[in-house]
Ligand binder design. Structure first.
Ligand SMILES: CC(C)(COP(=O)(O)OP(=O)(O)OC[C@H]1O[C@@H](n2cnc3c(N)ncnc32)[C@H](O)[C@@H]1OP(=O)(O)O)[C@@H](O)C(=O)NCCC(=O)NCCS
Length: 163
């Protein structure tokens, strides 16, 4: 099937921040993302969103520390239409332009679709943080015990894309 949206990719700006924050809260039930024991405020994160007119189709947020980009979130609400890939490519281009050496991303053990998605796009599995989600749940109790496909949600898995 061919792409049927007139998708635009835009950098997050102050004008769209309210709509972006509402999108994040709908997807993650909070603006706080807990990764490897750190609580990160996504309302302060840079990134890009995919939209059709005023409707947000997807969002990627990131940070860059010491020439390493970390993807903090990636969400597409119209899956399998190219939204996730377009956003990821935008982040890769930014990492290259910023002379980053790598891009890191953390996902969870239940997220088989994300593991597939990232590995098919050049990311490699590099680390597993055993029981990290159990620790994150203490900071963010809304994280469910059971994740996708009924899989117990327990571990964080780190993937890396070398530039
Ligand atoms: C992971 C995620 C971001 C992928 O987003 P997406 O918009 O579905 O990604 P894409 O559409 O670009 O690619 C997905 C598949 O659809 C295919 N696709 C893209 N356009 C298509 C089209 N027009 N017709 C049919 N298939 C298409 C892609 O080729 C890809 O398949 P492949 O991996 O076998 O190549 C999305 O599933 C998601 O938001 N998941 C929940 C949040 C999450 O887990 N985020 C990641 C952890 S940080």
């Amino acid at each position: 099937m061919r792409w049927k949206f007139k998708m635009k990719i835009q950098q997050i700006n102050q004008q769209d921040r309210k709509a972006i924050d509402a999108f994040i809260e709908r997807q993650w039930f909070s603006l706080q993302m807990v990764v490897h024991g750190e609580s990160i405020d996504l309302s302060l994160a840079d990134g890009w969103f995919a939209c059709e007119n005023d409707f947000i189709l997807g969002l990627i947020t990131y940070r860059i520390i010491d020439h390493e980009m970390e993807i903090l979130s990636l969400d597409s609400i119209h899956e399998k239409m190219g939204v996730g890939t377009a956003l990821l490519n935008q982040a890769i281009a930014k990492a290259e332009e910023s002379e980053c050496s790598k891009i890191k991303v953390i996902t969870t053990n239940d997220n088989l679709y994300a593991l597939r998605f990232y590995q098919k796009r050049g990311f490699n599995l590099v680390r597993i943080y055993r029981n990290a989600v159990d620790a994150a749940r203490k900071l963010k109790p809304s994280i469910p015990l059971i994740g996708n496909d009924g899989i117990p949600l327990k571990h964080e898995i780190e993937l890396e894309y070398m530039i």
